[in-house]
Unconditional design. Structure first.
Lengths: 446, 227
């Protein structure tokens, strides 16, 4: 574009509207062309206050550090100590979140099991029931009880090392799911007892209980069926974490899994993902407060998920009071999802590596979120498992590095006092002092 | 006949004792006295045993049952036979809401009425209700058969898949994508057999069949107003 017009008058710089941004305009054009909202996978992409807005203080005169590579910093965690005869013992406080066979290929589920096994942690089933691959390759497997109950049966329930009653998911609190027909292979259809090729709706509510009083009875039923052997988790979306945590504990949960809005999904409306729920950062302190008020902190374990990427995120979540974290999206990236080596094919799908989120369409070039045999054959579960193990090890080493710097000989000894916040928003949400002050919004005078 | 008395024994003892029979068939006749509406009675059974509950049961009675024949000589609370796989459950009285929810197989025979959401998300079970059923019954029903000798409440079979519904009386309203279907010879044969097995006093020809219109199987924006 020329700087001047034909009369020599300078052009103003073309200026995009902050309101009608290129993104917003593309959404409008898409809606106008199709008449239907956008469905995609993943979690919230909008920028929200997150763990990057917190910093550790490290050691000083009043805190002495532990020697890296020499002094011990333990990472183990026991989940389900409240009622279960057989709590789950993990080597690291990083678990693999629930992802269904159906949304993921069988080989991808196998890789999750292999990687988690090698790192000493657990995996979780999803909305498609339990596959032989993941049971066979996961020494510690959490079996989700979801509203759809696809594939739910007492035999698998008894094979599980823990049971997770899923009430909500951070990406879509109050929403169900949809596995589109193109991903319904013969095996997926058979496991879910539905015709091949039709859209499979996952319900937003459980069919057999409603409300906290019923949940207590539901948990009793599951405990009786499994003879009180395995822990019962209750997974809640980050919406009302204080109240939901209290209700879950009152209902008898051994473990509360709390999923913030950056947590992923296989397929949901974009408007749902971006506009419902709380950032993970804002969820943790209210949940921990609820546990503390009930004298249940560290007795009912808290697993936090939604946007965990690095050992720093792990350490910060634990410092805020979580007992463990769960990863889903990051695990998929570790397996090879959105890898730039598939850039040409991502381009053909109208996207780019790092932004691909149409997992529901079953066309994943990386062969992870697909049931297409040819695409799925691109993914090597052994190599994928190795990559996941490496990634989990790095997360652990990073978290240990930060904990030692704060003088902690166990990741669980990290505490809110080890951190400061970089922004007012993060200070308010995490109830961590703004850097350079001893104040956060809501706490007395500045 | 082995007897467990819930006045003197705990629910845990009851279920553990019944679970201990898994893989053994020596003691096949069990009687549970004084159930007094307890929840989770006889859940997760997996042996060809006959269990009689002498009284009313609470939530989730005989849920996830495999193989066992459970007879409730009273009424049952919500979630009767939830996610049952096989076997039979007979209830002499009424069943509360969500009877047979997500059940995959077996037979649930309710001699009285069943409340709302009977057969919700059913996945292969056969349910026979001698009286009436409440609203939203068989919501998202995937497969199996729901046979009702009386009337059905609002929104029968809403968003159902391949489950079949046979109603002798009135249907207050049909749910989204549920429609009246033709009764073919195989349906008459099916009804004849199941009515006989459940001791139901009705003739197959008196029933009307309902099922999915299959218009909502794949999302189409033009059907959005149906939801």
């Amino acid at each position: 574009m020329k700087d001047y017009d034909s009369k020599g008058i300078p052009h103003t710089t073309p200026r995009y509207s902050a309101t009608f941004s290129p993104d917003a305009n593309s959404d409008i054009r898409r809606a106008a062309a199709t008449g239907i909202y956008d469905i995609r996978g993943g979690g919230a992409k909008r920028k929200v206050p997150n763990f990057d807005d917190l910093l550790f203080l490290g050691a000083s005169i009043s805190r002495y550090a532990l020697e890296g590579y020499r002094e011990k910093c333990d990472t183990n965690v026991t989940l389900g100590t409240r009622f279960a005869k057989n709590p789950i013992e993990l080597d690291i406080p990083i678990t693999i979140a629930g992802m269904s066979f159906g949304a993921l290929s069988g080989a991808a589920k196998e890789a999750l099991g292999r990687g988690a096994n090698a790192a000493g942690t657990s995996t979780t089933t999803g909305d498609g029931g339990m596959t032989a691959e993941e049971r066979g390759h996961s020494s510690k497997l959490v079996y989700q009880v979801l509203p759809s109950r696809y594939g739910m049966n007492p035999d698998d329930l008894r094979k599980a090392d823990a049971i997770e009653v899923v009430v909500g998911q951070g990406a879509k609190p109050g929403g169900g799911g949809m596995l589109l027909g193109q991903k319904i292979s013969d095996r997926v259809a058979q496991m879910r007892n539905l015709p091949k090729g039709i859209d499979q709706r996952s319900s937003c509510r459980h069919p057999d209980w409603t409300g906290p009083d019923d949940l207590e009875i539901k948990i009793l039923e599951l405990r009786e069926i499994t003879d009180w052997k395995v822990p019962i988790y209750v997974k809640i979306a980050g919406t009302r974490p204080y109240f939901d945590t209290k209700l879950a504990v009152k209902a008898g949960a051994d473990v509360v899994v709390l999923d913030g809005m950056q947590g992923g999904t296989a397929a949901t409306q974009d408007v749902f993902i971006e506009h419902v729920g709380l950032p993970t950062l804002a969820c943790i302190r209210p949940a921990v407060l609820a546990l503390q008020e009930m004298d249940m902190h560290r007795k009912v374990q808290l697993i936090v998920s939604g946007g965990i990427r690095s050992g720093a995120d792990v350490a910060k979540a634990l410092a805020l009071g979580a007992d463990a974290v769960a990863i889903g999206t990051a695990a998929m990236i570790a397996l090879g999802d959105n890898d730039p080596k598939w850039e040409e094919e991502y381009n053909k799908l109208g996207t780019t590596a790092g932004a691909y989120d149409d997992w529901h369409e079953g066309l994943d070039p990386a062969g992870i979120t697909t049931q297409d045999p040819e695409l799925a054959a691109r993914f090597d579960p052994i190599e994928g498992g190795r990559r996941l193990k490496n990634y989990l090890k790095v997360l652990t080493l990073e978290a240990q590095t930060l904990a030692r710097a704060c003088g902690k000989n166990h990741l669980h000894n990290l505490e809110p006092e080890d951190m400061v916040a970089l922004t007012m928003e993060a200070a308010a949400m995490a109830q961590i002092p703004l850097a350079g002050t001893n104040w956060y919004p809501g706490k007395g005078d500045f | 006949m082995q007897t467990i008395d819930l006045e003197t024994q705990s629910l845990r003892e009851l279920n553990q004792t019944l679970h201990d029979q898994i893989g053994q068939t020596n003691q096949t006749a069990w009687e549970i006295n004084n159930p007094r509406g307890s929840h989770a009675i006889a859940v997760g059974l997996d042996a060809p045993m006959d269990v009689t509950i002498n009284g009313n049961a609470g939530y989730f009675c005989a849920s996830m049952n495999k193989q066992a024949n459970v007879h409730v000589k009273g009424s049952a609370g919500p979630g009767l036979g939830e996610n049952m796989i096989s076997g039979t459950i007979t209830v002499d009285g009424d069943a509360s809401q969500n009877a047979g929810a997500t059940a995959h197989g077996g037979l649930i025979n309710i001699k009285g009425n069943a409340s709302a959401r009977c057969g919700i998300s059913m996945k292969g079970v056969d349910i026979v209700v001698h009286g009436n059923i409440g609203h939203m019954s068989a919501f998202m029903g995937q497969s199996g058969n729901l046979v009702v000798l009386g009337d059905a409440g609002d929104a029968l079979g809403d968003s159902c898949y391949e489950a079949r519904f046979f109603v002798r009386g009135e249907v207050k309203s049909l749910g989204a994508d549920c429609e009246k279907k033709e009764m073919r010879p195989e349906h008459i044969e099916f009804l004849k057999d199941i009515l006989e097995r459940t001791g139901a006093d009705a003739k197959p020809e008196e029933f009307t069949r309902y099922g999915s219109a299959r218009k909502l199987y794949n999302f189409d924006v033009d059907n959005a107003s149906a939801y």
